[in-house]
Design a protein around this ligand. Structure first.
Ligand SMILES: [Zn+2]
Length: 310
Protein backbone atom coordinates (compact mmCIF):
# COMPACT_ATOMS: atom_id res chain seq x y z
CA UNK A 1 0.00 0.00 0.00
CA UNK A 2 1.20 3.52 -0.82
CA UNK A 3 0.99 5.95 2.08
CA UNK A 4 2.51 9.17 3.43
CA UNK A 5 2.72 11.12 6.66
CA UNK A 6 0.72 14.31 6.94
CA UNK A 7 1.35 16.79 9.75
CA UNK A 8 -0.89 19.71 10.67
CA UNK A 9 1.15 22.07 12.82
CA UNK A 10 -1.05 24.37 14.88
CA UNK A 11 -0.40 26.86 17.64
CA UNK A 12 -1.75 24.45 20.27
CA UNK A 13 -1.53 20.94 18.81
CA UNK A 14 0.48 19.03 16.24
CA UNK A 15 -1.82 16.58 14.46
CA UNK A 16 -0.24 13.74 12.54
CA UNK A 17 -1.73 11.07 10.28
CA UNK A 18 -0.70 8.21 8.09
CA UNK A 19 -2.73 8.68 4.92
CA UNK A 20 -3.19 6.23 2.05
CA UNK A 21 -2.90 7.32 -1.57
CA UNK A 22 -6.71 7.47 -1.79
CA UNK A 23 -6.90 9.95 1.08
CA UNK A 24 -7.94 7.57 3.83
CA UNK A 25 -6.52 8.17 7.31
CA UNK A 26 -5.01 4.86 8.45
CA UNK A 27 -3.84 6.12 11.82
CA UNK A 28 -3.66 9.46 13.56
CA UNK A 29 -2.55 11.08 16.78
CA UNK A 30 -1.75 14.48 18.23
CA UNK A 31 0.71 16.01 20.67
CA UNK A 32 0.95 19.48 22.22
CA UNK A 33 2.97 21.95 20.11
CA UNK A 34 4.74 23.69 23.00
CA UNK A 35 5.81 26.40 20.58
CA UNK A 36 7.42 28.44 23.37
CA UNK A 37 10.26 25.88 23.42
CA UNK A 38 11.33 27.00 19.95
CA UNK A 39 11.37 25.61 16.43
CA UNK A 40 14.00 22.91 17.08
CA UNK A 41 11.91 21.46 19.90
CA UNK A 42 8.82 21.54 17.66
CA UNK A 43 10.78 19.72 14.93
CA UNK A 44 11.80 17.07 17.50
CA UNK A 45 8.17 16.60 18.52
CA UNK A 46 7.05 16.21 14.91
CA UNK A 47 9.73 13.58 14.27
CA UNK A 48 8.76 11.74 17.44
CA UNK A 49 5.04 11.84 16.48
CA UNK A 50 5.84 10.61 12.96
CA UNK A 51 8.03 7.80 14.28
CA UNK A 52 5.35 6.68 16.76
CA UNK A 53 2.71 6.66 14.01
CA UNK A 54 4.92 4.54 11.74
CA UNK A 55 5.74 2.16 14.61
CA UNK A 56 2.07 1.72 15.49
CA UNK A 57 1.38 0.92 11.83
CA UNK A 58 4.28 -1.56 11.80
CA UNK A 59 5.92 0.45 9.02
CA UNK A 60 9.46 1.72 8.51
CA UNK A 61 10.25 5.32 7.44
CA UNK A 62 11.41 4.14 4.01
CA UNK A 63 7.96 2.70 3.28
CA UNK A 64 6.30 6.14 3.47
CA UNK A 65 6.52 8.28 0.33
CA UNK A 66 7.41 11.24 2.55
CA UNK A 67 6.23 13.71 5.14
CA UNK A 68 4.24 16.85 4.34
CA UNK A 69 3.63 19.60 6.87
CA UNK A 70 1.10 22.39 7.00
CA UNK A 71 2.19 25.51 8.87
CA UNK A 72 -0.10 28.34 10.03
CA UNK A 73 1.85 31.06 8.29
CA UNK A 74 3.68 32.31 5.24
CA UNK A 75 6.07 29.81 3.66
CA UNK A 76 8.57 29.98 0.81
CA UNK A 77 9.42 27.46 -1.90
CA UNK A 78 12.68 26.57 -0.11
CA UNK A 79 10.73 25.48 2.99
CA UNK A 80 11.40 28.57 5.07
CA UNK A 81 8.58 29.76 7.32
CA UNK A 82 8.74 33.51 6.78
CA UNK A 83 6.15 34.34 9.41
CA UNK A 84 3.94 32.25 11.69
CA UNK A 85 2.38 34.57 14.32
CA UNK A 86 0.79 31.74 16.38
CA UNK A 87 4.20 30.10 16.76
CA UNK A 88 6.12 33.39 17.03
CA UNK A 89 8.35 32.27 14.14
CA UNK A 90 10.18 34.63 11.81
CA UNK A 91 12.31 33.25 8.96
CA UNK A 92 12.66 29.73 10.35
CA UNK A 93 14.28 27.25 7.88
CA UNK A 94 11.87 24.58 9.06
CA UNK A 95 12.09 22.17 6.12
CA UNK A 96 15.85 21.85 6.52
CA UNK A 97 15.47 21.31 10.27
CA UNK A 98 13.22 18.33 9.53
CA UNK A 99 15.40 17.00 6.73
CA UNK A 100 18.36 16.97 9.11
CA UNK A 101 16.31 14.84 11.51
CA UNK A 102 14.84 12.56 8.82
CA UNK A 103 17.70 11.72 6.46
CA UNK A 104 16.51 10.02 3.31
CA UNK A 105 12.88 11.00 3.74
CA UNK A 106 11.20 13.46 1.40
CA UNK A 107 9.92 16.44 3.40
CA UNK A 108 7.67 19.19 2.03
CA UNK A 109 6.12 22.18 3.73
CA UNK A 110 3.29 24.54 2.84
CA UNK A 111 0.71 26.89 4.29
CA UNK A 112 -2.01 25.00 6.19
CA UNK A 113 -4.94 26.54 4.31
CA UNK A 114 -3.29 25.65 1.00
CA UNK A 115 -3.05 22.07 2.20
CA UNK A 116 -6.70 22.02 3.24
CA UNK A 117 -7.57 23.16 -0.29
CA UNK A 118 -5.36 20.44 -1.78
CA UNK A 119 -7.05 17.83 0.43
CA UNK A 120 -10.53 18.97 -0.60
CA UNK A 121 -9.49 18.86 -4.27
CA UNK A 122 -8.05 15.35 -4.03
CA UNK A 123 -10.22 13.57 -1.47
CA UNK A 124 -13.00 15.92 -0.30
CA UNK A 125 -15.83 17.75 -2.05
CA UNK A 126 -13.71 18.16 -5.17
CA UNK A 127 -12.26 14.63 -5.25
CA UNK A 128 -10.47 14.31 -8.57
CA UNK A 129 -11.28 17.82 -9.82
CA UNK A 130 -8.74 20.05 -11.60
CA UNK A 131 -9.44 23.44 -10.08
CA UNK A 132 -10.80 24.27 -6.63
CA UNK A 133 -10.89 27.30 -4.34
CA UNK A 134 -11.37 26.86 -0.61
CA UNK A 135 -12.62 29.59 1.74
CA UNK A 136 -12.41 28.84 5.45
CA UNK A 137 -14.70 30.98 7.60
CA UNK A 138 -13.70 31.49 11.23
CA UNK A 139 -11.94 34.13 13.29
CA UNK A 140 -10.26 34.97 9.99
CA UNK A 141 -11.01 33.97 6.40
CA UNK A 142 -8.30 31.83 4.89
CA UNK A 143 -8.19 29.68 1.85
CA UNK A 144 -6.24 28.20 -0.97
CA UNK A 145 -6.34 27.78 -4.71
CA UNK A 146 -5.70 24.50 -6.51
CA UNK A 147 -5.18 24.67 -10.27
CA UNK A 148 -4.64 21.59 -12.43
CA UNK A 149 -4.51 19.50 -9.26
CA UNK A 150 -1.68 21.45 -7.63
CA UNK A 151 -1.52 24.30 -5.12
CA UNK A 152 -1.23 27.65 -6.90
CA UNK A 153 1.47 29.70 -5.17
CA UNK A 154 1.86 32.52 -7.68
CA UNK A 155 4.80 34.87 -8.15
CA UNK A 156 5.00 35.74 -4.44
CA UNK A 157 4.51 32.11 -3.31
CA UNK A 158 1.70 33.51 -1.11
CA UNK A 159 -1.31 33.34 -3.47
CA UNK A 160 -4.69 32.26 -2.17
CA UNK A 161 -5.37 35.02 0.35
CA UNK A 162 -9.07 35.01 -0.42
CA UNK A 163 -9.89 36.75 2.89
CA UNK A 164 -8.11 39.92 1.81
CA UNK A 165 -10.03 40.51 -1.39
CA UNK A 166 -11.46 44.03 -1.20
CA UNK A 167 -15.23 43.66 -1.30
CA UNK A 168 -16.22 47.06 0.18
CA UNK A 169 -13.78 49.90 -0.59
CA UNK A 170 -13.39 52.10 2.50
CA UNK A 171 -15.13 49.47 4.64
CA UNK A 172 -14.17 48.28 8.12
CA UNK A 173 -10.51 48.00 9.08
CA UNK A 174 -9.00 44.54 8.58
CA UNK A 175 -6.30 42.91 10.71
CA UNK A 176 -3.98 43.32 7.71
CA UNK A 177 -4.18 47.12 7.98
CA UNK A 178 -6.36 47.67 4.87
CA UNK A 179 -10.04 48.49 4.73
CA UNK A 180 -12.95 46.54 3.32
CA UNK A 181 -11.36 43.09 3.08
CA UNK A 182 -13.75 40.14 3.03
CA UNK A 183 -12.27 39.03 6.35
CA UNK A 184 -13.11 42.37 8.01
CA UNK A 185 -16.75 42.04 6.93
CA UNK A 186 -17.55 38.34 7.08
CA UNK A 187 -15.27 36.63 9.61
CA UNK A 188 -16.32 36.28 13.25
CA UNK A 189 -15.67 39.87 14.38
CA UNK A 190 -17.38 41.41 11.34
CA UNK A 191 -20.40 39.20 11.94
CA UNK A 192 -20.58 40.10 15.64
CA UNK A 193 -20.06 43.82 14.94
CA UNK A 194 -22.96 43.85 12.51
CA UNK A 195 -25.32 42.18 14.99
CA UNK A 196 -24.15 44.44 17.82
CA UNK A 197 -24.77 47.60 15.79
CA UNK A 198 -28.36 46.52 15.17
CA UNK A 199 -28.87 45.77 18.86
CA UNK A 200 -27.33 49.09 19.89
CA UNK A 201 -29.67 50.84 17.46
CA UNK A 202 -32.48 49.43 19.56
CA UNK A 203 -33.74 46.72 17.19
CA UNK A 204 -35.66 44.01 19.02
CA UNK A 205 -33.98 40.63 18.98
CA UNK A 206 -33.70 37.42 20.98
CA UNK A 207 -29.93 38.06 20.74
CA UNK A 208 -30.33 40.73 23.45
CA UNK A 209 -30.98 37.89 25.90
CA UNK A 210 -28.13 35.52 24.99
CA UNK A 211 -24.88 35.58 26.94
CA UNK A 212 -21.77 36.35 24.93
CA UNK A 213 -22.63 36.97 21.31
CA UNK A 214 -21.10 34.27 19.07
CA UNK A 215 -21.49 33.24 15.42
CA UNK A 216 -23.30 30.12 16.64
CA UNK A 217 -25.77 32.18 18.70
CA UNK A 218 -26.47 34.33 15.63
CA UNK A 219 -26.93 31.29 13.39
CA UNK A 220 -29.21 29.61 15.94
CA UNK A 221 -31.32 32.78 16.23
CA UNK A 222 -31.48 33.11 12.43
CA UNK A 223 -32.74 29.50 12.24
CA UNK A 224 -35.63 30.59 14.45
CA UNK A 225 -36.37 33.60 12.28
CA UNK A 226 -34.87 36.35 14.46
CA UNK A 227 -34.75 39.47 12.30
CA UNK A 228 -31.44 40.95 13.50
CA UNK A 229 -29.76 37.55 13.15
CA UNK A 230 -31.24 37.03 9.68
CA UNK A 231 -30.08 40.49 8.57
CA UNK A 232 -26.61 39.75 9.91
CA UNK A 233 -26.43 36.48 8.00
CA UNK A 234 -27.64 38.25 4.83
CA UNK A 235 -24.98 40.94 5.26
CA UNK A 236 -22.12 38.51 5.87
CA UNK A 237 -23.06 36.04 3.15
CA UNK A 238 -23.64 38.78 0.59
CA UNK A 239 -19.97 39.75 0.77
CA UNK A 240 -18.81 36.14 0.73
CA UNK A 241 -20.94 35.65 -2.39
CA UNK A 242 -19.32 38.70 -4.02
CA UNK A 243 -15.89 37.22 -3.30
CA UNK A 244 -16.98 33.86 -4.70
CA UNK A 245 -18.31 35.58 -7.83
CA UNK A 246 -14.96 37.33 -8.32
CA UNK A 247 -13.24 33.95 -8.05
CA UNK A 248 -15.65 32.41 -10.56
CA UNK A 249 -15.18 35.27 -13.00
CA UNK A 250 -11.40 34.93 -12.93
CA UNK A 251 -10.78 31.22 -12.39
CA UNK A 252 -14.03 29.42 -13.27
CA UNK A 253 -13.06 26.61 -10.89
CA UNK A 254 -14.74 23.20 -10.85
CA UNK A 255 -15.48 23.63 -7.15
CA UNK A 256 -15.65 26.37 -4.53
CA UNK A 257 -15.52 24.78 -1.08
CA UNK A 258 -16.73 26.63 2.02
CA UNK A 259 -15.13 25.39 5.24
CA UNK A 260 -14.03 26.55 8.69
CA UNK A 261 -15.86 26.72 12.02
CA UNK A 262 -18.65 29.07 10.93
CA UNK A 263 -19.52 26.77 8.00
CA UNK A 264 -20.99 24.32 10.54
CA UNK A 265 -24.17 26.37 10.08
CA UNK A 266 -24.51 24.57 6.73
CA UNK A 267 -27.29 25.60 4.33
CA UNK A 268 -28.18 28.61 6.48
CA UNK A 269 -24.96 30.19 5.17
CA UNK A 270 -24.43 28.24 1.98
CA UNK A 271 -27.77 29.06 0.33
CA UNK A 272 -27.42 32.87 0.59
CA UNK A 273 -23.74 32.65 -0.41
CA UNK A 274 -24.76 30.77 -3.56
CA UNK A 275 -27.57 33.27 -4.23
CA UNK A 276 -25.21 36.24 -3.89
CA UNK A 277 -22.56 34.55 -6.04
CA UNK A 278 -25.17 33.87 -8.73
CA UNK A 279 -26.17 37.57 -8.71
CA UNK A 280 -22.60 38.81 -9.08
CA UNK A 281 -21.11 36.25 -11.50
CA UNK A 282 -20.89 37.04 -15.20
CA UNK A 283 -23.57 35.26 -17.21
CA UNK A 284 -22.44 31.87 -18.48
CA UNK A 285 -19.83 31.35 -15.78
CA UNK A 286 -21.97 30.44 -12.78
CA UNK A 287 -23.49 27.06 -13.65
CA UNK A 288 -20.21 25.25 -14.34
CA UNK A 289 -18.98 25.55 -10.75
CA UNK A 290 -20.14 23.51 -7.75
CA UNK A 291 -20.32 25.64 -4.60
CA UNK A 292 -20.57 23.46 -1.52
CA UNK A 293 -19.41 22.74 2.00
CA UNK A 294 -15.91 21.38 2.56
CA UNK A 295 -16.03 17.73 3.61
CA UNK A 296 -12.83 16.92 5.46
CA UNK A 297 -13.18 19.21 8.49
CA UNK A 298 -10.29 19.14 10.94
CA UNK A 299 -8.58 16.32 9.04
CA UNK A 300 -8.05 18.44 5.91
CA UNK A 301 -4.67 19.78 7.04
CA UNK A 302 -3.02 16.44 7.69
CA UNK A 303 -4.58 14.80 4.61
CA UNK A 304 -3.34 17.73 2.51
CA UNK A 305 0.10 17.40 4.05
CA UNK A 306 0.24 13.78 2.94
CA UNK A 307 -0.88 14.70 -0.58
CA UNK A 308 2.12 17.04 -0.86
CA UNK A 309 4.33 13.97 -0.95
CA UNK A 310 2.03 11.27 -2.33
ZN1 LIG B 1 -7.20 42.27 5.01
Amino acid sequence: MIFALGIDLGGTDIKGAIVSSDGEILRQDRVATEASNGADAVADRIVSLATDLLDSQGASPTEATGLGIGVPGVTRADGTVVLAPNLDWHHVPFKSKLQQRLPGMRVEIDNDANLAALAEARAGIGAGCDTLVLLTLGTGIGGGVVIDGSIHHGASHSAGEVGHMTVLPGGPLCGCGKRGCLEALSATSGMLDHARQSLEAGEKSTLSDVGPLTPKAICDAAHKGDRVATKTIDHVTNYIGIAVANLLNVLSPDVVAIGGGISAAGDLLLNPIVASARTHTLEGLFESTTIGLAELGNDAGSIGGAYLVL
